[in-house]
Design a protein around this ligand. Structure first.
Ligand SMILES: Cc1cc2nc3c(=O)[nH]c(=O)nc-3n(C[C@H](O)[C@H](O)[C@H](O)COP(=O)(O)O)c2cc1C
Length: 293
């Protein structure tokens, strides 16, 4: 299974299989097929119907593991079938509708099953396009939120603000630690410069609300995780850290974190230059019980 996941990671953005990433995922995860078989199957599927369509019997034959789990009463997951291409460019072609959210998504599962943090030292400094960042933040804010209070907010640090924030952290850190070794005098600047974008997730529970504070604080964790997954969906690496600048109220105040607010995490985003080894994951036997009365 681990090998199959590595294959998925190696996939270029353009799916192997026409317009349907889900089938390319399944195909590559099956190491028993030769290149010739893949090409032949491709031709058959192309001739018989829309690429990747479950209405295409050739594809069914080749991807029985997927067809067994898909709900065919739902529209196809990919948005690039013939109907889509035939539509006039100006027509409103819905790419996503509500049923999309309910569909089986091998791509999403593969992302979820392979995501891991990437240390910032392996980040490329190239900036992240603003439209990607905006989309990532929108998705992050689309998180479960008891009471719809949005008891959190984001502080984005990018570009020159990275150095500025780091220098201010360094100054405060030096003031706090009089005998600080020279080698550590710019450590927070170096830290903030490592990622092209840092999103500080700030928890800001409303004490006057009837919603329990605990629920509001937990919401920040959900937002942070959603942010990470949205970044992952864009192909970015992330690392969620909560170091001194986030824990010390005076340091956090440099970023505008106020009394009554608390930093939930510095979530660093960037393109990864290397793929770190995964860590051991919890054994379900140790963390899952089934309550039966
Ligand atoms: C709230 C929070 C704070 C964290 N702070 C740190 C930290 O300061 N230093 C650190 O090494 N890892 C920290 N981590 C853990 C890493 O972000 C990361 O999740 C972990 O090391 C690798 O696990 P992953 O590959 O599943 O993401 C923190 C995680 C969370 C959720």
């Amino acid at each position: 299974m681990a090998q199959a996941h590595n294959d998925l990671i190696a996939l270029p953005n353009a799916p192997l299989w026409g317009a349907s990433p889900r089938f390319s995922v399944r195909w590559l995860s099956n190491p028993g097929h030769s290149g010739g078989e893949i090409r032949r199957a491709r031709m058959e599927c192309k001739a018989a119907g829309p690429p990747g369509s479950l209405a295409n019997p050739s594809c069914r034959a080749h991807f029985s593991d997927v067809t067994a789990t898909e709900d065919e009463s739902l529209p196809p997951m990919n948005d690039q079938g013939p109907a889509h291409h035939a539509a006039p460019a100006t027509a409103a072609v819905p790419i996503y509708d509500d049923s999309f959210e309910l569909q089986f998504s091998p791509n999403m599962l593969a992302k979820l099953e392979t995501r891991r943090s990437v240390p910032m030292r392996a980040f490329d400094p190239m900036p992240i396009p603003p439209e990607h960042l905006e989309r990532i933040l929108k998705i992050a804010a689309r998180s479960p939120d008891h009471g719809r209070l949005a008891p959190w907010r984001f502080i984005v640090i990018e570009g020159e603000a990275r150095q500025l924030s780091g220098q201010r952290f360094d100054a405060l850190y030096a003031a706090r630690n009089p005998g600080l070794d020279d080698s550590k005098r710019d450590m927070w600047t170096l830290y903030m410069m490592r990622a092209p974008v840092t999103v500080v997730v700030v928890s800001r529970p409303d004490p006057t609300s009837r919603i329990p504070e605990w629920d509001q604080i937990l919401g920040s964790g959900a937002v942070g995780m959603n942010l990470i997954l949205a970044a992952s969906a864009h192909g970015y690496a992330t690392q969620w850290l909560l170091k001194w600048p986030g824990r010390d109220p005076e340091a956090a105040a440099i970023l505008g974190v106020q009394a009554g607010e608390r930093v939930a995490g510095f979530i660093h985003l960037g393109r990864q230059t290397e793929r770190p080894a995964d860590r051991a994951r919890p054994d379900l036997n140790a963390i899952v019980t089934h309550w039966a009365g």
